[in-house]
Write a protein that binds this ligand. Structure first.
Ligand code: SF4
Length: 337
C-alpha cells in the first residue's frame, strides 16, 4: 500500500477531510504529521531561507518530519480555488521551494490546481495524481467525486464553534454554560489554529472564560455581508474571508465583544487586511487588537497582551463606555460636564 504523508500545516486546516477521503479511497494510507512543536519549527526554520514567513517554515518542518515515514508527501500546488481569486504566491511555489531547498527531501505528490484556467485544471490535477500513484481513470474519478462532499460534512461542526482540528478529528471542546464574553480571532487558518504560530491563543481565551469565533465558524452569507461595499474586490481567497469576517463583526457589533487579528511578520497580504480592519474598527470604536508573530514569538508576551485586552473589553462594557479600545482616552461629554 502506498503511504502518503500530509503535513499538518497551511491548507491542511481547510482541505484535510477532502484530501484524506480522496487518498484513502484510492487505496493509499494517509499519515498525518503531529501538531506543530518546537522540533518541527526548528527543522523548518533551518531548512528554509530567512525571508519566508513563519507558516511556510512550519510547513517545511512538517514535510521533513514525514520524510522518512512515507512514500510521498502531499504538497499540492494550489494557485486558484475559485474564479478571479488566488492563493498566496508563496503557497503556489511551495512544491518548488521544497524540492530545491538543498535539503534531502522526500518524493512529493504535487498536483496543480488552478481554477483561474478553468475546470479542466481539475482534470489535469487528477491525471497527475493518478499517474504518480499508478491508478486508473475511473477509481480516481470516483474518489474525487466522493471527496467533494467531505468538507460539507464538517461544516456544521465548524459552525457550532469547533476549530478545524476538533471538527476533523472528532474531539470536542466543552463550553461551560453561562453568559461569557465572545471574541473574534481572525487570520489565515494556518496561523489561527497552529498551536505554535498562534501561541495557543484560542485555548488561552477559552481558559479565560471567553468564547471564540473565527472566520471558519461563520457561514458564507455573513462573510459576504462584510465584503459588501468594498470599493475594490480583493483577489486573494484566504484574505478575502478574513476581511469579510472582520468587517461583518464591525458592522454587527452585538455578535462579538472584540476582534483579535493574528498575522505573520513579513506577510504583505495580512498586513493589508489587518490595517483595513483596524481602520474600520477605530472608526466604529470597536475593541481591536493586532498580534504579529514569527518563529521567535514567545507565549508569555501574548498572554500579557491578551489578558490586558480582555480586561479592557470587560471594563469597557461593565463600567466605562468612554474607554478607548486603542489606547487614547476619548473625552466624551457626560451629564455632569
Ligand atoms: S499569505 Fe502571508 S502568511 Fe500566508 S503563506 Fe503567504 S506570505 Fe505566508
Amino acid at each position: 500500500m502506498v503511504t502518503i504523508g500530509v503535513p499538518r500545516a497551511l491548507l491542511y486546516y481547510i482541505y484535510f477531510p477532502m484530501w484524506q477521503r480522496f487518498l484513502t479511497d484510492l487505496g493509499c494510507k494517509v499519515v498525518l504529521s503531529p501538531p506543530t512543536n518546537e522540533r518541527i519549527l526548528n527543522l523548518g526554520t533551518q531548512a528554509t531561507v530567512d525571508e519566508v514567513c513563519a507558516p511556510v517554515k512550519v510547513a517545511f518542518g512538517h514535510v521533513l518530519d514525514l520524510a522518512d515515514k512515507v512514500d510521498y508527501v502531499f504538497v499540492p500546488r494550489l494557485v486558484s480555488v475559485e474564479p478571479r481569486a488566488y492563493i498566496c504566491p508563496k503557497l503556489m511555489g511551495l512544491p518548488d521551494m521544497v524540492k530545491h531547498s538543498g535539503n534531502k527531501m522526500p518524493e512529493l505528490l504535487s498536483p496543480d490546481v488552478d481554477l483561474s484556467r478553468g475546470k479542466m485544471s481539475i482534470a489535469r490535477a487528477l491525471s497527475e495524481a493518478r499517474h504518480t500513484l499508478g491508478k486508473s481513470v475511473w477509481p480516481t474519478l470516483r474518489a474525487f467525486y466522493l471527496s467533494l462532499g467531505e468538507n460539507h460534512k464538517v461544516e456544521q461542526r465548524l459552525m457550532s464553534g469547533l476549530t478545524p482540528e476538533e471538527a476533523f478529528h472528532g474531539t470536542a471542546w466543552r463550553r461551560t454554560p453561562g453568559v461569557r464574553m465572545k471574541v473574534a480571532v481572525l487570520g489565515h487558518p494556518y496561523n489561527v489554529y497552529d498551536p505554535v504560530l498562534s501561541m495557543s491563543l484560542i485555548e488561552q481565551l477559552r481558559r479565560s472564560g471567553v468564547d471564540v469565533v473565527t472566520a471558519e465558524m461563520l457561514p458564507q452569507h455573513k462573510i459576504d455581508v462584510g465584503l459588501q461595499g468594498l470599493s475594490k474586490e480583493l483577489f486573494w481567497t484566504l484574505s478575502k474571508k478574513v476581511l469579510g469576517a472582520g468587517l461583518y463583526f464591525v458592522k454587527t457589533p452585538r455578535e462579538v465583544d472584540g476582534i483579535i487579528v493574528l498575522s505573520s511578520f513579513g506577510c504583505g497580504l495580512e498586513s493589508l487586511i489587518a490595517d483595513l480592519l483596524e481602520r474600520n474598527a477605530r472608526r466604529s470604536e470597536f475593541p481591536f487588537m493586532h498580534l504579529i508573530g514569527d518563529e521567535h514569538s514567545g507565549e508569555a508576551g501574548v498572554v500579557t497582551r491578551v489578558e490586558a485586552f480582555i480586561d479592557m473589553v470587560k471594563g469597557r462594557s461593565e463600567h466605562a463606555s468612554n474607554i478607548s479600545s486603542h489606547g487614547n482616552l476619548q473625552h466624551r461629554p457626560t451629564s455632569t460636564t
